[in-house]
Design a protein around this ligand. Sequence first.
Ligand code: ADP
Length: 592
Amino acid sequence: MQREFSLKVKLIVSFWLVLVFSLAVPSNYFIQSVEQKVDSQHLQYVQERMEIVQWIIAQEEEKKPEKLDSILKSLDFLDDARVSVLDAQGMIIADSRQPREEFEGMSSYIDYPEVVQARHETGYHTASDPWEDDRRLYMATRIDLSSEQEDTGYLRLVTPFSGLHPYFQHVSANLWKFVLLSLFLSCIVVYLMVTYLTFRLKPMIKMAQSIGQGNFQQRIQDSPGREFDPLVEAINRMAEDVEKSMELVSSQKSDLETIVNGIKDGLAALDNQGRIISCNQSFKKIFQHLDTINGKKPVEIFFNNSLQAACEEVLGNSMKQTRTMELEIKEKFYDVHVVSPSDQQNIGAIILLHDITDLKNLESIRKDFVANASHELRTPLTSIKGYTETMLQHPDIMQEKGTELLQVVIKNTDNMIRLLDDILQLSRIESTQDQVALDDVDLAAVIFKSWNNCSHYTEGKNIVFESELEQEGQLLVRGEAEYLGQVFQNLFENSIKFVPGEGFIQVLVRQEGNQVWVGVQDNGPGIPAAEQQRIFERFYRVKKDKKKVKGTGLGLAICKNIIKAFGGRIWVESPVPGNDSGCIVWFSLNRS
Ligand code: ADP
């Protein structure tokens, strides 16, 4: 930036120019014109005296040098003027002051400017006298020195001509002193004015600076002067407008942040160099193990070259485009989209992470389910097919073992029906999980009703059933009576299957804060610790029991889903504390 002169310098120079033009120039002009006027009057006065002398000489008939000399010396009106009569060669022949013997040997004045000029008209000029330190007027005119008018001479006059000149010089010198003093004073006035102005402008400058630093609430209260009112008003209005705009921008920004942070998908923006400049909460959550995300390249946080390549492709290609891929990050699966934003100068690309872990799990559950269900159905169907084919191919066998074979067919058919019932039950609870209407349920009533429904399974076994909750209406829990009955029935059926001939099944009830923990304990063999986590999976059956004990592997999965719908959880404890066998299947329920 070209550096300009300061306001002080500009003002001082302006003042000086004004002073010089308004003071010095006119005064100088005035002095000179007055001096000229005085000079011309003086000149006229001298000329008149010379004409008088000329006239006196002209009256003299005999113009002899001695005569002329005595006439000149007799003239008393000449004051301080010296008058000489020169002959045609410019030699003095008569003089008003000098004695004759002094000027007789003097040199000629013929080449003196006033004499040269006098050949045509009255000549004069002024010059400083180096000896007298004064100005003198030299005047000459032609005169006739003979009666026949043949002999021409000159009348020459020398007189001090300083007049008012020294006075004017004195006035002029004083005037310049006065001008110089005014210039000096103007400097002081300008300095004080600018200092005062700067002092008055300081709040305005401070305020403008503070607006620049983001303090938009500031306003100028005092105006430095009336001339600054429009400026003060404009700055205050500007601050107000900027404040409003900033409020709007920040509210829009916070709205946008709320929206972006509310999105469940991870979202990160890359700049044109491919570095992350911003990301939402979901994205931060996915990479919460990292200290920083901003400023890093995608490969530094995803550790995936294909994603980095996709980002670079999107960044490098001006055509709007999207790259999609599937990535596994910390045991979760994501659909990753790299999108080129439209009409954005600062953002080069956007990375979008959509969590598809549930979808993937469901997909694998669906596949497992189909495989398991087909397998479980195939076994009884193969058996039914085998037995019926045998009966068809060997009709004679029907006589001997027909009933036995048909009973096997019926047993397998029952297995299939039970399996399908369980599948239907599971699918029913899964589809209505969120909409199960919870109610206050009498826990003891459900326990006893469920045990009664299972009593026919106990045939052939001597089972003692006990419940810690004996009185109906004693404890109410949040749930749904029919679904809760199914949970108890499944658990009772499992226990009945596994208890030995002399069985013992007990319902345990613990009150834990707002919850009730209910356990179904039996004196069966228990469940191996390694498989306890897996028995709640669909179709999972403990390996050692698969062949020996009937079942579909769906009972506990159904229980888990029902308890989950009630807002509780289910777990297993085996062996029973203080024993080396038996198991307790626990589940929690909310109290009414
Ligand atoms: P199933 O219909 O086969 O009983 P469940 O899901 O109810 O299927 O049970 C899964 C597996 O857990 C069973 O195959 C069984 O081996 C084991 N199990 C369940 N309850 C008990 C229990 N009370 N005692 C021992 N093992 C049990």
